[in-house]
Ligand binder design. Structure first.
Ligand code: CA
Length: 274
């Protein structure tokens, strides 16, 4: 697979439809999406369950350091090296966190943050910058940043702050999703139907949460793959279908009422009733 140029700014984020025009996405484990025997896991489960972070930073050394470290800790990472591009990415796609440098080519981090909040996007933002002047810290927090980290920093400190921000922001996303008699407890990572626990793997749970957050919307396979594994599946790969089939066998098979539907040529949708 080729390295993708920045994030998928040109792509529409979570919508119904086909994303034929998408660029090939990057993935550290390139090649891992080849069709594989069903008997063993096709891809490793991400520890964080497909949490997506956008890094807007122009220093290549820092971005590769962040990408590597965060990926190793189970996050899906997109990178934009320029302010306007970062803003487009953040506006167009669903990220759990934005790590934002201040000094950027083109539009700076302050502009990005201001425009993001003006557009009503409330994703958490961690400001990352070489500036350590106190007025900059105040400015960042006043503009709606959630935290502030001065370069150079230890990765362990960044990770601790990222986790702390994500814990705090968990309250901003729905904790419970209900579709018919299906209940998804997002924080406790448990799902039940008619009160009976469904024994889902982390990957199945992540897919179910994604479908649940967009219940009633048809989600393309490519979109599911990107959210769960941060990759575009190779043409002909059935990785998403295999995982959805397993998910469906647990969510739907024991019950009369079906919730997970296949929309031919489009993708999957979670909905109660027709
Ligand atoms: Ca910079």
């Amino acid at each position: 697979m080729e390295q993708k140029p920045g994030c998928r700014a040109s792509a529409v984020c979570v919508v119904v439809g086909v994303r034929d025009s998408l660029v090939q996405t990057a993935h550290d484990g390139a090649g891992a999406l080849l069709p594989a025997p069903v008997a063993r896991p096709i891809l490793p489960d991400k520890g964080i369950g497909g949490m997506r972070i956008l890094v807007v930073e122009d220093e290549k050394k820092t971005t590769s350091y962040l990408r590597k470290g965060l990926t190793e800790h189970g996050f899906a990472v997109d990178v934009a090296a320029e302010g306007s591009q970062g803003l487009s990415c953040a506006l167009a796609d669903a990220y759990e966190l934005l790590i934002l440098d201040v000094m950027l080519p083109g539009r700076d981090g302050w502009f990005v943050l201001r425009e993001l909040r003006r557009a009503g996007k409330d994703m958490p933002v961690l400001i990352l910058t070489a500036r350590d002047a106190i007025h900059d810290r105040v400015k960042g927090l006043e503009l709606g940043a959630d935290d502030y980290l001065v370069k150079p920093f230890a990765f362990s400190e960044l990770l601790a702050r990222v986790r702390s921000i994500l814990r705090r922001s968990a309250g901003r996303t729905p904790e419970q999703i209900r579709v018919g008699d299906l209940e998804i407890d997002v924080l406790r990572r448990q799902a039940t139907r008619a009160g009976k626990p469904l024994n889902l793997t982390p990957t199945e749970f992540t897919i179910l949460v994604l479908l649940g957050k967009h219940r009633g919307e048809v989600l393309a396979r490519s979109l599911i793959a990107e959210h769960v594994w941060n990759v575009q599946p190779d043409a002909g790969s059935n990785v998403v279908d295999v995982h959805v089939r397993r998910l469906r066998s647990k969510v739907d098979d024991p019950f009369l009422q079906k919730l997970v539907y296949t929309v031919r040529g489009a993708g999957y949708v979670l909905r109660a009733g027709d």
